[in-house]
Design a protein around this ligand. Sequence first.
Ligand SMILES: *Cc1c(COP(=O)(O)O)cnc(C)c1O
Length: 357
Amino acid sequence: MSRVDAVRVVMGPDEIAAVTAVLESGRIVGGPEVAAFEQEFAEVVGGRTCVAVNSGTSALHLGLLASGIGPGDEVVVPSFTFAATANSVAMTGATPVFADIGPDTFCLDPASAEKAVTERTRAIMPVHLYGQTAEWDAFEAVAERHGLLLLEDAAQAHGSTYDGRPAGSLGHVAAFSFYATKNMTTGEGGMVVCADEETARKVRLLRNQGMERRYENEIAGLNNRMTDIAGAIGRVQLRSLAAWNDRRREIAARYSAELQGVTVPFVRPGSDHVFHQYTLRVERRDDVLATLQADGIGADVYYPIPNHQLPAYATDDDLPETARAAREVLSLPIHPRLTDDEVQRVIDSVNQAVARG
Ligand SMILES: *Cc1c(COP(=O)(O)O)cnc(C)c1O
């Protein structure tokens, strides 16, 4: 039987035509596609100003730099996330300080984040993990009490909402990723979403050698620009984002109704989960994972090693919910191109693997 892939990148005739048009135009960088993509993406983030860059990690990095984060500062982040969250903080010269997640949503726990605050803390950067927004009201209260900035790692949350507010419109800055496996892709790419024009201007300077006008470099900067090839793909993908997210939610609803003997994802009332991952908890996770993989099901573990235990960070933080999640989580295929038959195969395979216990 064929494999049920964890991810199937969708690149159709419209993406191909858009790329061809850019290549034929000769304007593969600095052309109109990136600017148009920024304008159009703003519609998913409540009209905020968007600045396109070459990866989600660059978006986090430039968002932090433009927020004035640097050496001597601390930024509170979850440990249970992709390493880019902490890496982007570390690459500004600031120190990522790890806090625990809540037991339900897998997102950073506001109480644990508040305990991690010191007089050096400048910001908290929750991750909308797996496509569900972090508990924003509680973070706003913590930020208010301690005079901190809130930043969003929205790399997995395109189109997600929190009590009707779009992911990307919640914090001082937000970062999206358009890596190949995300809910929409440009191959590699990212977007910085800014609450104010001053921050947006700083991000534009930082992504382009510190200059707005050629050879008038105002500050030191990087080259983190998005190409027009990527921008053109992003514009096409954006048109399908809502339908793809609907399909993800439909598959998630079926999994949650039909899986047995596992803890299905908790969806917080008021949050519009976009299921970048469908992640359950299960006992004897590694056995179940091995069975699924032998059955040709592209199941996987995000994330087996919490960031605070990676060689790059290696702290002795005690984060019990993070440790438990790393032991128990299992993600099932949920990309929008899964057929109903494939969804059924995943369900049968999980239920058999768990029942065999
Ligand atoms: C994918 C991802 C990133 C990084 O995005 P890239 O485009 O791969 O650089 C950052 N944070 C989280 C939570 C991610 O899933």
